[in-house]
Write a new protein. Structure first.
Length: 528
């Protein structure tokens, strides 16, 4: 009886393991079989993660591999990925592999699976909720029986919003077992491909590839970009897949391998080797965004660049919070958001892709050289939109043109306190949802060199502030009106500035959130 009971228990546990991972929300994980786990949202497939060793019938045994996403679905049901394609049978959906892996001086190839294999080890987290699903796991690279690299991966799928789904992928690597390991891209024809994140696309027609710098990119290698996307007609349905690098990634913005036959991949570290440490892991973050828009709609999509660079001096702790708020605005209002602190983005072919540039709590020197400043100036002259948040008025303190674009230059602020904010123009896009007055706790900025053409939409009474420093600046904030937000048209562009926003918790407050959103939409030229 004990033997039969044990068999029954084992069978019951196995059945439970194969059952769907249920959740109160709209996401669910389901075991497809003993090798693949599927994620669905409201019953519709999102992706399958292949954690077991996969080998397509009729394919050479040395093509067997694991730990990648395929199939991956666009929101309109299109399968955008390919697996075991005939032309490159080692290609597999969405993956993160390197063609050069040097272990103790000997070179292997994880991409085409030569001498080194990846093996799934354990789940770390499977959480399916209402607004997102989280999948985290650990795998390792093996040379023979020797474990040489540990890999930890987190995949977060977000709810479908306005026809677009975002999937965040974080890959962390470190060497183990005393192995000396370096990774790199291929040197074949100086391509440098491999590394970071790669997508092999399913067959399609009418393929178009775009990057942050090029509206219709040719096949290229090692050309830096913040993101790249492929749009195609997949058996009668249009789907667009964008891959964006997180600006914190080493080397970002990295180069890309772009192929119209159906391949988009980040090239990190390119032609150089990157040594993996056994204590300090290498971490790379990416966002994959999928939509089922028509080709014309995809081409017309609005894009916003959020810039966060700080020169030498005080750096606000609200930067990441402000970035996440703007990303949320983009997801809710149909515009794409790219984030960077790299001044190399200030080049003509890059800036022309954006309808607005947001300086989100930048401070001190925003640019490194005059070439970047000239590109920013040309962007404004060409009709670009500009939004400055809080400490952005403290950026480029030695460049008068920037003061004119922003509308003024930071001089000082009173200590943080509660003061009354007054709406001076309730018809403007950024203030339309605000009460006539509201109490607000913040640093109250005093701004000099005000452009006389600004149209003030928020102010406060400076005489009612607790402000011991006022005596040192008698010419600022004179009278009963201290401007806190304004808009204007300067040098061909559309510019909006908001001085509020020191406290990071306030970026989820509708009073601040709606002001920033309205200002961005106005700067982009959206009809209000």
């Amino acid at each position: 009886m004990r033997g039969e009971s044990l068999k029954t228990l084992i069978f019951s546990l196995a059945a439970l393991a194969m059952a769907p991972v249920m959740a109160a929300g709209q996401f669910q994980f389901h075991d497809v079989n003993s090798k693949s786990l599927e994620l669905t949202e409201k019953g519709a497939p999102v992706f399958s993660f292949n954690y077991g060793t996969m080998l397509k019938e009729g394919t050479a045994p040395d093509r067997a591999r694991c730990c990648y996403l395929s199939p991956v679905y666009a929101p309109n049901g299109v399968v955008v990925t390919d697996d075991f394609p005939k032309d490159h049978p080692h290609h597999r959906g969405i993956s993160w592999m390197w063609p050069i892996v040097v272990v103790d001086g000997k070179t292997y190839d994880l991409w085409t699976i030569k001498g080194i294999l990846d093996h799934f080890e354990k789940w770390e987290r499977k959480k399916a909720g209402k607004n997102m699903a989280e999948l985290a796991f650990q795998d390792a690279w093996f040379v023979g029986e020797r474990r040489v690299v540990q890999e930890n991966v987190e995949i977060v799928a977000h709810s479908l919003v306005d026809g677009r789904r975002d999937i965040d992928i974080t890959v962390t690597l470190h060497s183990v077992g005393g192995a000396e390991v370096s990774i790199g891209g291929t040197h074949e024809h100086d391509k440098g491909y491999g590394g970071g994140l790669e997508i092999r696309f399913a067959p399609r027609t009418d393929t178009k590839i775009r990057t942050a710098a090029t509206d219709d990119s040719p096949d290229t290698d090692r050309v830096p970009a913040a993101w790249a996307e492929l749009t195609g007609n997949f058996d009668g349905k249009i789907a667009t897949t964008r891959v964006a690098e997180d600006p914190s990634n080493p080397g970002a913005p990295n180069g890309w391998c772009l192929r119209h036959y159906g391949f988009v991949g980040v090239e990190y570290p390119g032609l150089e080797l990157r040594r993996l440490d056994d204590k300090i892991p290498l971490t790379m973050k990416f966002r994959v965004s999928l939509s089922g828009n028509s080709a014309s709609a995809a081409s017309a999509e609005k894009h916003v660049l959020v810039y966060t660079r700080n020169g030498k001096g005080y750096v606000h702790d609200n930067i990441q919070t402000s970035v996440e708020a703007i990303r949320k605005m983009g997801a809710e209002n149909g515009f794409a958001v790219d984030v960077t602190d790299d001044p190399l983005f200030f080049r003509d072919p890059v800036l022309k892709q954006y309808q607005a540039v947001v300086f989100a709590n930048t401070n001190n020197e925003a640019f490194v050289n005059d070439s970047e400043r000239d590109a920013f100036k040309r962007y404004i002259e060409s009709g670009g939109g500009f939004v400055g948040l809080h400490s952005a008025s403290g950026s480029e303190r030695d460049w008068p043109y920037f003061w004119s674009v922003l509308g003024g230059k930071f001089v000082y602020h009173a200590h943080q306190q509660v003061f009354v904010v007054r709406v001076k123009d309730a018809d403007f896009a950024a203030t339309r949802k605000l009460p006539a007055t509201f109490d607000w706790k913040d640093e109250c900025y005093f701004t000099g060199n005000l452009n006389p053409d600004i149209h003030v939409v928020l102010d406060t009474d400076p005489d009612k502030l607790d402000n011991p420093e006022k005596a040192q600046h008698p010419d600022l904030g004179s009278g009963d009106s201290l401007p806190l937000a304004w808009y204007h048209h300067f040098d061909g562009g559309r510019e909006y500035y908001l001085a509020l926003g020191h406290n990071k918790a306030d970026y989820s407050n509708p009073l601040l959130y709606n002001q920033i959103l309205g200002g961005i939409l106005w700067a982009m030229g959206e009809k209000q």
